[in-house]
Write a protein of this length. Structure first.
Length: 277
């Protein structure tokens, strides 16, 4: 089974609370699984919002098995199932789509190799489609593309709307977004005062847990982390897992190293947020 198939198989067999939070452009379910208790803090960790970063969906399964020591956490293993299927299966996935959709994606991609695709099946980069300085990123593009296209409007895509609505329903105390690669952590989006002190302290704890340095992402906007900080006022982090020397897309052979560095991240986040309640 490929990574997306493993996610759905895990979801079907999971005995804990779980739900479908929305559907992708092509009708695939975006699933969420809960571990822990319904006490403070409630967290969300989402993975694989970029198609070629599908290996993080397998990291999610390890995190779910480990759970959290405080409160509870919702895990969204693959926020972009169509994109993951494109990167994993290429032409085999295109053959399952309506001809006009498949032709559109072939035209946008420009060649037969879809392994490096980042966007969804609308050729929208979901991590620049959130309403937080939308369209102001230095790498943003304004036409459909394999990466960096902002979409027609904030939340134009069913996947970002699903994650937005689910997040608002959970009202989490903190969130994490998992990406690859680079082994670094991003935590800033214009916070000031006590919020900046709080978020910086939690970021320091995540850095110690992973060994990843903290970085700033000047000129980045429209991401899930950015929206959580700007709209919800909570600590939110983007973790770029995986060694920078590995080529995209990181394969399953990288998973043991990803898990070693990141195994304790949800647990550390739950403890740090609980201490600052």
């Amino acid at each position: 089974m490929d990574a997306l198939e493993q996610v759905y198989a895990f979801y079907e067999s999971y005995g804990g609370e779980k739900r479908v939070i929305g559907k992708s452009v092509c009708g695939q379910p975006v699933v969420a699984l809960f571990a822990g208790e319904k006490t403070f803090p409630q967290l969300i960790v989402q993975y694989a919002i970029h198609a070629r970063e599908w290996v993080t969906a397998l990291l999610a399964l390890g995190h779910i098995r480990r759970g959290v020591p405080r409160g509870g956490c919702w895990f969204v293993p693959c926020a972009n199932p169509d994109g993951a299927a494109l990167s994993l299966r290429g032409g085999a996935f295109l053959q399952t789509l309506p001809p006009e959709r498949a032709a559109f994606l072939r035209r946008i991609n420009g060649d037969g190799d879809l392994r490096l695709w980042k966007a969804n099946a609308d050729a929208v980069d979901l991590n620049v489609n959130f309403d937080a300085d939308w369209g102001q990123g230095v790498q943003n593009v304004r036409l459909p593309a394999p990466a960096n296209y902002i979409g027609a409007a904030p939340f134009s895509e069913p996947e970002t709307r699903a994650l937005r609505d689910f997040t608002l329903g959970v009202s989490p105390a903190a969130t994490i977004s998992y990406h690859t690669k680079g082994e670094e952590i991003y935590w800033e989006f214009g916070q000031s005062g006590t919020a900046r002190e709080r978020d910086g302290a939690v970021a320091d704890a995540l850095s110690r847990a992973t060994g990843y340095p903290l970085r700033s992402a000047a000129g980045s906007a429209g991401g899930y982390k950015d929206w959580c900080i700007r709209v919800l006022g909570i600590p939110a982090f983007t973790i770029e897992a995986g060694r920078d020397g590995a080529a995209h897309p990181l394969g399953e052979e990288e998973l043991p190293q990803l898990m070693r560095a990141n195994a304790d991240v949800p647990a550390v986040l739950s403890e740090e947020v609980w201490k600052r309640r």
